[in-house]
Ligand binder design. Structure first.
Ligand code: ADE
Length: 248
């Protein structure tokens, strides 16, 4: 398919493992967004950009386990990606934590340059001089930023208008409305003696929407109550929450 010259999102990924991403680009919404020309992803392989394998990483000054990605090939990769006109992200467990709201802000940047560190990360002078945002995907330690970059790509592609077949499914995703999502069921109507909630087979769309909202609020109250504090709740939501707290 012919590619649009002006994708809605352009991402340059600086990595030593571009092959890590290859299978993910051939599946689902990421593949569709690339085919539709909405999303353009390129790789800058640090091993190819470095003058020699020795130039890619080195031991940390001051000692300690692990290796640090050296600044020179990273600088070259950033220049090749056109960093002056892009928004540069370095993945790190020390970074700001990714959430749906931040994802909406990042998609507006249009051109992201992702640095995927490995081992102990990247030389701090690169962060100081070139990085706009250090990003973490959670409070745990990955072997490198590549996994985090893949997570970010998946989250962002879901937000590109037209990238999903059914945009409704993105709009009702957990967190899009600030709360968790309702449970879902499909055929058969009875599985191992367990019945699908009757309202879902009633054909009454208004009742179904109300039931989903109530279930979403119930899950959020039980699993992530702190999310409710940040939310604007309607009178109906407050009535639902009261019913839930009364044990309904
Ligand atoms: N690199 C290592 N751990 C990470 C994390 N939790 N998030 C982002 N990048 C990382």
């Amino acid at each position: 398919m012919k590619k649009d010259r002006n994708p809605l999102l352009r991402v340059d990924i600086i990595t030593i493992f571009p092959e890590y991403f290859t299978p993910a680009l051939k599946i689902g919404p990421i593949k569709k967004a690339i085919e539709k020309g909405l999303f353009d992803v390129r790789f800058l392989n640090l091993r190819e950009i470095a003058d020699s394998p020795k130039e890619v990483d080195d031991y940390p000054y001051g000692g300690g386990a692990g290796m640090v990605l050296k600044p020179e090939p990273l600088k070259r990769a950033l220049e090749m990606a056109g960093h002056e006109n892009g928004f540069v992200i370095n993945f790190s467990p020390q970074g700001k934590q990714l959430n749906q709201r931040l994802a909406h802000e990042l998609i507006e940047k249009k051109h992201l340059i992702l640095i995927c560190g490995r081992y102990k990360g990247v030389d701090e002078r690169i962060v100081e001089k070139y990085v706009d945002l250090e990003l973490s995907i959670g409070d745990y330690v990955l072997s490198g930023g590549d996994v985090a970059a893949l997570v970010l790509l998946d989250v962002l592609v879901r937000l590109i208008p037209g990238a999903l077949g059914d945009m409704d499914s993105a709009a009702t995703d957990s967190f899009e409305s600030g709360i968790l999502d309702a449970p879902y069921y499909t055929r058969p109507a009875v599985f191992e003696g367990m019945h699908v909630p009757g309202v879902l087979t009633s054909g009454n769309h208004e009742l179904i929407a109300k039931w989903r909202r109530k279930m979403a609020l119930r899950r959020t109250l039980k699993r992530r109550p702190e999310l409710l504090r940040k939310l604007y709740l309607t009178k109906e939501d407050l009535d639902f929450l009261e019913e839930i707290e009364d044990g309904d």
